[in-house]
Design a protein around this ligand. Structure first.
Ligand code: DAH
Length: 353
């Protein structure tokens, strides 16, 4: 009986074609209710003598079947794998999947370009908080209580009273105060970042970006300021000759103060930098007011310097021909894929220093 069972089992195993049916065979023979298992169960009812010989035979049988199953399993797995490899072909000539690629926002791009140019001119970078207190945003910058910039119209007030009142910074100039108070002159740095004003129309968004610059040293004069700004604009706009005009103006934190205009040609729907008879304002600048230096513990008789602040959106619009300010902040991916920059794009800055 057991010899027959062995032969029959080995024949079935050997004829088996797939590892799935081999598993079925294993269950049918050695599983809980399998044929061999059933035979082994019967041993319980046999006499001790019988149990001894039959037991040994059945165990031997079970071992042989187990071995045969194991050998067959390896063979089947191998041949199944080979069959799969033979059918699964990789066509390396097929075009690759188009991967969705992110874009760098023009504001980020332009801020990096500005940082790179000023780095070449010896300026480091500083940062300050978007939530400022009244003291840093206004008082220390020599902006008196009655200045129009303090009115609710312009400023997003948060909480607190007096100098502790917190605001969303209305400009990047408070970084001047923070950096000068934290260190010792000389200073030469720029600070780019978000700024906020309660203003929203065609040419104003409640959040926008500025880059601040400050250079404090001995014997700094307005000629240095002019040269620095002109050189920056020349490299930034990649033009040999950008007409720059300093228009007398007023800022409480600089004396004298000027507004920076660049020469351009304007027609109905285009703007060309560096040609024509029009001027376009891109920021303010001046010689740092002695009161600002004093407010930072710096002796104005010993140290002087210049400061400037420019709108990053304005610079980006002019350089990259982006006509509408508000589109910068609409989070429209079609806009971003059109005006954005490839992550690995390196600014050409052909007019380099
Ligand atoms: N903070 C000024 C503004 O937001 C811009 C500015 C003008 C910054 C003159 C300066 C400066 O550093 O010297 O309108």
């Amino acid at each position: 009986m057991s010899q027959e069972l062995l032969l029959e089992s080995l024949a079935t195993i050997s004829a088996c074609k797939t590892s799935q049916s081999l598993e079925d065979i294993r269950v049918a023979l050695l599983g809980k209710k399998g044929k061999i298992t059933e035979e082994l169960k019967k041993l319980g009812g046999a006499s001790p003598e019988e149990r001894k010989t039959l037991g040994a035979t059945l165990n031997q049988l079970k071992q042989e079947i187990t071995d045969a199953l194991e050998v067959k399993k390896i063979a089947l797995t191998d041949s199944e794998l080979n069959a799969r490899l033979a059918t699964e072909k990789l066509d390396v000539t097929l075009p690759a999947h188009v991967e969705q690629q992110g874009k760098i926002h023009p504001i980020t791009q332009v801020a990096e370009e500005i940082t790179a140019i000023f780095a070449d001119l010896g300026f480091s970078t500083e940062v300050g908080p978007d939530i400022e207190d009244d003291e840093h945003n206004f008082t220390a910058l020599n902006i008196p209580e009655s200045h129009p910039a303090r009115q609710m119209h312009d400023t997003f007030y948060l909480h607190g009273k007096g100098d502790n009142k917190t605001v969303l910074r209305t400009h990047t100039s408070p970084v001047q105060i923070r950096t000068m108070r934290a260190g010792k002159p000389p200073f030469r740095f720029i600070a780019a970042g978000s700024t906020y004003r309660c203003d929203s129309d065609l040419t104003h968004t409640p959040m926008f970006h500025q880059v601040e610059g400050l250079a404090i040293d001995k014997n700094i004069n307005m000629g240095h300021l002019r040269g620095c700004i002109s050189e920056f604009l020349r490299v930034f706009f990649e033009l040999d000759n950008v007409p720059v005009r300093f228009r007398p103006s007023f800022f409480p934190f600089t004396e004298p103060s000027a507004e920076i205009d660049i020469g351009c040609a304007r027609s109905k729907d285009s703007l060309k930098i560096g040609a024509g008879n029009d001027w376009l304002e891109i920021g303010g600048c001046g010689m740092v007011h002695p009161n600002v230096l004093k407010n930072c513990g710096i002796n104005p008789d010993e140290w002087q310097g210049f400061a400037f602040g420019m709108g990053i959106e304005r610079l980006a619009m002019l350089k990259y021909g982006i006509p509408d300010l508000r589109t910068f902040f609409e989070s429209d991916v079609r806009w971003l894929s059109h005006y954005g920059f490839d992550p690995l794009h390196i600014p050409s800055l052909v007019g380099g220093l």
